[in-house]
Design a protein around this ligand. Structure first.
Ligand code: SAM
Length: 214
């Protein structure tokens, strides 16, 4: 059995009871980064072996781990595995090897941000991280989107991306920038790209939500 376990995106109190119970019950926890997941092990007294598994782990090693352990949990550094995070390949290999795969849901930055955006969220476009190359296509897509658009951005590029949104989108296009969701310095910026640029601090983790084209 492979359990894909969602973990907090900052605030440890968002760890679910089912996630704790699951992590305590498995033979091994595979994780994106053992240093990060050790914090969960200590905090929730999981007392469990951690083995690292990330996007550079070979398929052979992944298959070996799937053979070696009967009950396995996978966690990424934060949030829901597979959502702009490793985990997808593991699920694919586990299914091919005949394992049952069980989702243990938890927070995800994109859903958390959307839930307070005030923009329609019955349908939305999620773009993952803004690509580093070929961005123009992405900006064109955002510009013409009939749906709310969400994407992740790093602190190093948040200003540059907002500046580009300011020049590419209609000047009154509304957006929301969620910084450090669920953490001590959580800040929600609302308004146009220009208004947000005047306030935003270039530090922390960011999720951007943009209203649909009018
Ligand atoms: N799998 C994760 C999830 O479900 O939320 C996302 C992993 S992705 C590698 C990490 C990116 O998600 C960050 O660079 C940031 O853009 C966004 N993110 C993660 N935590 C966040 C938070 N607390 N506040 C705002 N954005 C966050």
């Amino acid at each position: 059995m492979l359990y894909i376990v969602g973990t907090p995106i900052g605030n440890m109190q968002d760890m679910t009871m089912r996630a704790i119970e699951t992590l305590k019950g498995v033979d091994v926890i595979l994780c994106e980064d053992t240093r990060q997941t050790s914090k969960l092990v200590v905090r929730f007294e999981l007392n469990k072996k951690l083995v690292s598994l990330h996007q550079h782990t070979s398929d052979d090693k992944t298959k070996m781990l799937l053979e070696e352990y009967e009950n396995i949990a996978y966690v990424s550094d934060a949030g829901t595995p597979g959502i702009s995070d490793p985990g997808g390949k593991l699920v694919q290999l586990a299914i091919e090897a005949g394992h049952d795969v069980v989702p243990i849901p938890g927070p995800s930055a994109v859903a958390t941000a959307l839930s307070v955006s005030a923009f329609p969220a019955d349908k939305f476009f999620f773009l993952g991280f803004m690509p580093k190359k070929g961005q123009q296509r992405t900006f064109d897509l955002i510009k013409d989107s009939q749906y709310t658009v969400c994407f992740y951005e790093s602190p190093h590029r948040i200003i540059k991306t907002l500046e580009k949104l300011k020049t590419e989108l209609e000047s009154d296009r509304q957006m929301m920038v969620a910084r450090e969701l669920t953490k001590k310095f959580e800040t929600i910026y609302r308004g146009t790209a220009e208004q947000i640029l005047e306030q935003v601090k270039e530090k922390g983790e960011f999720t951007i939500v943009i209203s649909p084209k009018k």
